[in-house]
Design a protein around this ligand. Structure first.
Ligand SMILES: C[S@@+](CC[C@H](N)C(=O)[O-])C[C@H]1O[C@@H](n2cnc3c(N)ncnc32)[C@H](O)[C@@H]1O
Length: 301
């Protein structure tokens, strides 16, 4: 990486160089891409503000010096500091939509994107959706994506981190949704008012053992977004305890708990969790209806 580099490098040359450098390094992929080549394409093309699709027309275009230096610098930082690519670019993609991200928020990667693409079908049926809560919103990706699917719904993006809420606000503005999407500072349901037709959440759910074993890339993400106690269920327990009081009678609760799902299921043998399946990967996302929750908690709905 320290050798002199010819001035007349093309995009193709830089893609090849990035791919070779990544392949020879010990990187973890899982913050938006899952292999060397996609990581190289995303780094090079997005550093040049070029699209990720239909971009072969640019392959033999040569770079000006500033562009080349920016890309080489990002390749080096990706390898030496193990910074997730999304933070180097300042952007991530979720359900095909762009989001601003930085180290104040997790890099969006929830399988909930796939569920939202389907309009929450078949689970939602014909139920109208007037209010949606994205609890533990981070960048706001889940709630903002939901707002684009349910284009009449009012959406609250809630998080305990004021830093994360600043990023979420920027993303509301990026998508021009200020008229019906807002941020709320809340500690799980403390700070949340009223009832919602749908509550979506990708809360912190990494248990202590998994947290200790995570690749270096995850150390750049806010610990508040990952850690959830010894068994990873600290926040999930609080969501289950409070959700019935914040759902409409036909409401749905959909929560991602990842690898912590067996522990959660064992802790609530009476709850009829529906564990969702995803074509593009991901696991540990459950769905419960307001009625299932209320029955168990004996909370009137
Ligand atoms: C796993 S991240 C998910 C972010 C986003 N939903 C996504 O999918 O990319 C979890 C988020 O929960 C927030 N959080 C942690 N503890 C919380 C709490 N007690 N109440 C509300 N939000 C919390 C963190 O600040 C973080 O933004």
């Amino acid at each position: 990486m320290t050798q002199p580099i010819d001035d007349l490098l093309s995009i193709r040359d830089l893609l090849r160089y990035a791919a070779s450098q990544f392949a020879g390094s010990d990187l973890f992929y899982g913050h938006g891409t899952d292999n060397v080549w996609d990581e190289a394409v995303q780094l090079v093309m997005r550093s040049l503000n070029l699209p990720l699709d239909n971009n072969t027309v640019f392959l033999d275009a040569r770079l000006v010096r500033d562009e080349r230096e920016l890309i080489l610098n990002r390749i080096q930082r990706r390898i030496e500091s193990r910074v997730p690519l999304a933070y180097l670019l300042g952007e991530a993609w979720f359900m095909g939509l762009p989001f601003k991200v930085d180290e104040r928020v997790l890099v969006p990667r929830s399988p909930l994107a796939e569920l939202l693409e389907s309009g929450l079908q078949p689970w939602l049926g014909e139920q109208p959706v007037g209010r949606i809560l994205d609890l533990c919103t981070g960048s706001g990706c889940i709630g903002i994506a939901a707002a684009t699917v349910f284009d009449n719904a009012e959406v609250d993006l809630a998080d305990i981190s004021p830093d994360a809420l600043e990023v979420a606000s920027d993303n509301i503005a990026l998508h021009g949704l200020e008229d019906r999407v807002r941020t709320v500072c809340a500690d799980v349901f403390e700070g949340i008012e009223g009832r919602y037709d749908v509550i979506l959440s990708n809360p912190p759910y990494v248990d202590a053992e998994d947290l200790a074993d995570m690749p270096e890339e995850f150390r750049h993400e806010p610990a508040l977004g990952l850690a959830a106690g010894e068994d990873g269920l600290e926040i999930a327990h609080r969501i289950l305890a409070g959700a019935a009081a914040h759902l409409t009678p036909d409401g749905l609760l959909i929560v991602e708990v990842g690898n912590s799902w067996p522990a959660l299921e064992a802790a609530y043998p009476d709850l009829p969790f529906v564990w969702l399946e995803f074509e593009r990967g991901g696991e540990g996302v459950f769905l419960l209806s307001a009625r299932d929750l209320a029955q168990r908690a004996r909370v009137s709905i």
